[in-house]
Design a protein around this ligand. Structure first.
Ligand code: 5AD
Ligand code: SF4
Length: 496
């Protein structure tokens, strides 16, 4: 069986894909160069899929299910783009013939969710002879996960990781060609960035754009550097070209994606900073809004703040993960800033852009967190006045340095702190939001409201959601909306 799997430091790759006679011919002909090779497998898969459709007497469908962050959402669009080109029909139901779970592993409960849902897929497979199941994403980069799948989830057809997602067409081809064993292809790392593969955007008018992959920060609680690998920036010309093509295709808003966008450009031949990249994106005709995610406080430069403040297109939103307000905890988290520095950044942002929304991520219950440490976090929330915050209970991730630290507070204490923090966060967010009631703001109209068809849901520059009375023809464009009423973290409004 063709297989590769990760051990601690090396990738063991048993490339025996030539063992099956029917594959030998195809693999012998396949170009070695990417993306030609994947385009070749897309074409080959088209033929195989047409045969399967004949057998089934119907279209063969797929569903890509995304767990986790914006990065995964963008990866899912890449998977969907390839399946569209192969001729699969997209659905949003797990009854589909080909179901792909794009997984997350940033917290333990993300893993549990996947195992829980996999059982149901296994049962569905017994009833549908065309059903195929693939798993990919961050969770697959963990050795114990792959081991568990190998032992207890034999019905899964394909397992691949974050580094070889560009090989999806080739791997899917092998499933379609009837390879019956579970295909497991996990790479420990890669320096390859494959450009120019098809992508199926979820929205016609807005899109994520990867500007870098991986992370070098090694925050001690975080598994991302282990599952997404070392930081690699895409070349500016590739990024700008992708955005130019998108703009011509009707995209008005781009979200530049990276685990730490503020360190963009490291390792590239051409000297360019993130602020420099933003200046270039700003020049692209047709792009009306630019967002980015995520910023690390340690690398947030004055240059970036100035570029934002003077820009017509960069949205008035900064997501700036705090994680903790305690200097001691921040040190043990390996975050490279302290409470004073963080608050200084917030003050600078608000001074240069009084209308900016600042949002954050906070972890409660990091190993050794004392009541005093927690009070420091609440104090930063009170002082920074976050417009919104994602709060998380610390989740131990095997293999990270924090997993070996003394846990400290018990579960009940941590839960109490979490509830207290959530209350403070929600109160301040509602107070912040209320200050905008009565304003007329520009809103990107995104979709019909799911609960109330008479309303359109859109997003303000500061990333707040507004449900407004307006014309459906507005969807996809930026319109002016009066904010009639604030409902805590969203608004009701009227198009003007
Ligand atoms: N436990 C809890 N939260 C975590 N995050 C990352 N790793 C962990 C963990 N082990 C949170 C951080 C990060 C966000 C994406 O997820 O707050 O910013
Ligand atoms: Fe994880 Fe820290 Fe990298 Fe963010 S910056 S992905 S929290 S290691």
């Amino acid at each position: 069986m063709p297989q590769s799997f990760t051990t601690k430091n090396t990738v063991i790759r048993k490339i025996d894909i030539m063992t099956k006679a029917d594959h030998t011919k195809v693999f012998a002909e396949a170009p070695a160069k990417e993306p030609d090779r994947q385009m070749y497998f897309i074409e080959k898969s088209r033929d195989l899929l047409a045969e399967t459709e004949k057998k089934a007497g119907r279209k063969i469908t797929y569903d890509v299910v995304t767990f986790g962050c914006q990065m995964n959402a963008r990866d899912s669009e890449k998977l969907a783009g390839i399946l569209d080109k192969m001729g699969f029909e997209q659905t949003d139901s797990e009854d589909a013939d080909y179901v792909i779970y794009n997984t997350c592993t940033v917290r333990e409960n993300a893993n549990n969710k996947v195992y829980g849902r996999l059982g149901g897929l296994g049962n569905a497979k017994k009833k549908n002879p065309f059903k195929r199941i693939a798993l990919c994403g961050c969770m697959m980069q963990e050795e114990h996960v792959v081991q568990k799948l190998r032992e207890s989830y034999r019905f899964v057809d394909l397992v691949f990781g974050t580094h070889n997602i560009f090989k999806f067409a080739e791997l899917t081809y092998r499933i379609l060609a009837g390879e019956e064993d579970m295909i497991i292809d996990i790479w420990e790392s890669t320096d390859t960035i494959v450009e120019e593969l098809p992508i199926n955007r979820k929205f016609a008018f807005k899109s994520g754009v990867n500007i870098m992959f991986g992370c070098d920060n090694f925050c001690t609680y975080c598994i991302v550097p282990y599952v997404r690998g070392r930081e690699r920036s895409r070349k500016p010309e590739d990024i700008l070209h992708e955005i130019e093509v998108m703009a011509k295709d009707g995209v008005k808003e781009v979200m530049l994606l990276g685990q730490n966008v503020n360190s963009y450009g490291k390792g590239l031949e051409e000297k360019i900073s993130f602020a420099g990249l933003l200046r270039e994106v700003e020049k692209i005709d047709g792009i009306e809004r630019i967002r980015f995610m995520t910023s690390h406080p340690k690398d947030l430069s004055d240059e970036l703040i100035d570029v934002m403040a003077s820009s017509e297109k960069i949205c008035r939103h900064m997501h700036l993960p705090l994680q903790s307000g305690s200097d001691e905890i921040l040190k043990r988290m390996n975050r490279h800033y302290d409470k004073a520095r963080y608050l200084e950044l917030v003050a600078k942002l608000r001074e240069k852009m009084p209308d900016i929304a600042i949002t954050t991520d906070i972890i409660v219950g990091f190993p050794g967190e004392t009541e005093e440490d927690f009070a420091e976090t609440v104090d930063v929330v009170e002082k920074a006045r976050f417009d919104s915050a994602f709060t998380f209970i610390y989740s131990k991730r095997t293999g990270t340095p924090a997993a070996k630290m003394d846990p400290g507070a018990d579960e009940a204490t941590v839960k109490k702190r979490f509830d207290k923090l959530l209350k403070v966060v929600q109160r301040i967010a509602a107070e912040q939001a209320a200050t905008h009631t009565g304003e007329t703001v520009s809103v990107l109209a995104e979709q019909r409201n799911e609960q109330d068809e008479s309303l359109i849901t859109g997003r303000m520059s500061n990333n707040s959601t507004v449900h407004f009375k307006g014309d459906v023809s507005a969807i996809g464009s930026i319109v002016n909306v009066h904010l009639d009423e604030c409902k805590g973290f969203y608004y009701y409004g009227t198009q003007v």
